[in-house]
Design a protein around this ligand. Structure first.
Ligand code: MEV
Length: 424
C-alpha cells in the first residue's frame, strides 16, 4: 500500500530528534515496524541483498535520508525522502515547497512513460530504401518486439512506434532505428534493451546491414515531467529579489558556465529522490543535460517570469525516466520504504513529483543567490556538521553551531572549546 498523507506541512519537523521524526513519518505513512526499522537503523538493512547487488563488494556506504516536507502537487500532499551527502538540499526544497504551497502548490503533468531504444545499423548499401522498408514493416516489427514482453503489453504498455533516420559519422553513414516503448511503471532499460536485441536480426534482414549497438537512449525525450508553481514576492523577500531571480535565470540562459550550475541545482533535488528510491541517478542526469541542449545550445531546464502582482512564476520540463518496479526499487528495503513514503501510484505521478522537487530546488538556490548569497545557509548547516563531528551531544549541537556562526569561526577546534564551555 502506498502512503497517502493528509498534510505534508509539518511545522517544526526539523526541530524534532531523529527518532521523533522517524516515528512521525512512520505514523503518517503507515510504515510497518520492519519498514521503520530498516529506514531508521542501518544495522537492520539486509546486508545479504546489498552484497549481491553489485560485484566485488567489500562494504557499504550509508548516506543520510531526510524528508522534504510541505509539498502539495496537483492538490495532493507528499512527504519526499531525499538521500544526499549535501547539506541544505532537504531544507531548501522544503522551504521552497512551503512558499509554493501558500500559492496553491505545484501544478504538474507528465507524458506517457515512453522510452527510446536505439539499434545502430552499419554497412547499409541504400539507406533511403532501407528506411522505407523499415517503415513498411512497422506493424510486424512492433508485434515482434511486443512478443518478448507479454506482461508489459497486458499492463497497457508495449512498443508504440518504430522510426529510422540516417546519420553521417566518422565511420561512414549509418541507419539508426528508434523503437518507442511504453514501459509503464518500470524505468524500462531492461524491457527496451531486450526488445532492441530481439529486433536486431530482423532489421539486418530487412536492410542488409549489420546491427551493432542495441541499447536504450537516456535522452528520454518522450518521457517528460513538467511542473509549475508561483511564489509570492513577499515570501521571496520583495520585488528586488524577484528581479534578481529573473536576472539569475537570464544569466543561465545566456551563459553555459552558469547554466551548468543552475541545472546542477535542479538535479540536487531530483537525483536525491532518485537515489533514495533506488532509481538510476546517472540515467536521469544524462537525460536532463542532453535535453537541456536539444536545440543546439545548453539551456536552463527551468523558466522564470514575473506573473500577476509581481509574483514569481516558475516552470520546469525535463525527461524523467524513473520506475516503481524492478531493480533496486524493489530489492533494496530502504528504497522500497522510501517509495511507500512518497506514495505515488505510477511512474508518471512519480515524474510529476520529481519535476516539482527540481523546480523547488532551483527556486531555493537562485533565491538565496539573488538575495543573501548561498553561504549563509550553508554555513549554518556546515557548522552543525562540524559541531557533531567535534562530539557535541544532540542537545547542544544547535547551540554550538549558532555560537560558531555568530563568531564567524566554524572550525573543529573552536567547536571543541565551545562544547567544553557548555558542559562546564
Ligand atoms: C549547489 O550544490 C547548487 C547551487 O550551486 C545551484 C545554483 O547555483 O543554482 C547552489
Amino acid at each position: 500500500m502506498n502512503a497517502l498523507v493528509a498534510n505534508s506541512r509539518l511545522e517544526g519537523f526539523y526541530k524534532l530528534s531523529r527518532e521523533e521524526r522517524l516515528k512521525l513519518i512512520a505514523d503518517l505513512c503507515n510504515l510497518t515496524e520492519e519498514e521503520t526499522n530498516t529506514l531508521g537503523n542501518p544495522g537492520e538493512v539486509d546486508l545479504g541483498t546489498l552484497e549481491h547487488m553489485i560485484e566485488n563488494v567489500v562494504g557499504f556506504m550509508p548516506i543520510p535520508v531526510g524528508i522534504a516536507t510541505n509539498f502539495r502537487i496537483n492538490g495532493k500532499d507528499y512527504l519526499i525522502p531525499m538521500a544526499t551527502e549535501e547539506p541544505s538540499v532537504v531544507a531548501a526544497a522544503s522551504n521552497a515547497a512551503k512558499g509554493a504551497r501558500e500559492m496553491g502548490g505545484f501544478k504538474a503533468d507528465a507524458t506517457d512513460p515512453v522510452m527510446i531504444g536505439q539499434i545502430q545499423l552499419v554497412g547499409v548499401k541504400n539507406p533511403d530504401a532501407a528506411m522505407e522498408k523499415i517503415a513498411g514493416k512497422k506493424g510486424d516489427l512492433i508485434a515482434e518486439g511486443n512478443s518478448v514482453d507479454p506482461l508489459l503489453v497486458k499492463l497497457g504498455g508495449g512498443m508504440r512506434d518504430v522510426l529510422s533516420r540516417k546519420i553521417k559519422t566518422n565511420s561512414g553513414e549509418m541507419v539508426i532505428v528508434h523503437i518507442l516503448v511504453d514501459v509503464r511503471d518500470a524505468m524500462g532499460a531492461n524491457a527496451v534493451n531486450t526488445m532492441a536485441e530481439k529486433l536486431a536480426p530482423t532489421l539486418e534482414k530487412i536492410t542488409g546491414g549489420k546491427a551493432r549497438l542495441k541499447i536504450l537512449s537516456n535522452l528520454a525525450m518522450h518521457r517528460l515531467g513538467r511542473s509549475s508553481a508561483t511564489w509570492s514576492k513577499e515570501f521571496l523577500g520583495g520585488e528586488e529579489v524577484v528581479d534578481g531571480i529573473i536576472e539569475a535565470y537570464s544569466f543561465a540562459a545566456a551563459d553555459i558556465y552558469r547554466c551548468a550550475t543552475h541545472n546542477k541545482g535542479i538535479m540536487n533535488g531530483i537525483s536525491s529522490v532518485a537515489l533514495a528510491t533506488g532509481n538510476d541517478t546517472r540515467a536521469l542526469e544524462a537525460g536532463a543535460h542532453s535535453f537541456a541542449c536539444l536545440h543546439g545550445t545548453y539551456q536552463p531546464l527551468t523558466q522564470w517570469r514575473k506573473g500577476e502582482g509581481g509574483n514569481l512564476v516558475g516552470t520546469i520540463e525535463l525527461p524523467i525516466a524513473v520506475g516503481l518496479i524492478g531493480g533496486a526499487t524493489k530489492s533494496h528495503a530502504v528504497a522500497r520504504t522510501n517509495l511507500k513514503i512518497i506514495g505515488v501510484e505510477s511512474s508518471t505521478e512519480f515524474a510529476m513529483v520529481l519535476a516539482s522537487v527540481g523546480l523547488a530546488q532551483n527556486l531555493a538556490a537562485i533565491r538565496a543567490l539573488a538575495a543573501e548569497g548561498i553561504q549563509k545557509g550553508h554555513m549554518r548547516l556546515h557548522a552543525r556538521n562540524i559541531a557533531i563531528s567535534a562530539g557535541a551531544p544532540p542537545e547542544i549541537v544547535d547551540k554550538v553551531a549558532e555560537k560558531m556562526v555568530a563568531e564567524g569561526k566554524i572550525r573543529m577546534d573552536r567547536a571543541q572549546e565551545i562544547i567544553e564551555e557548555l558542559k562546564r
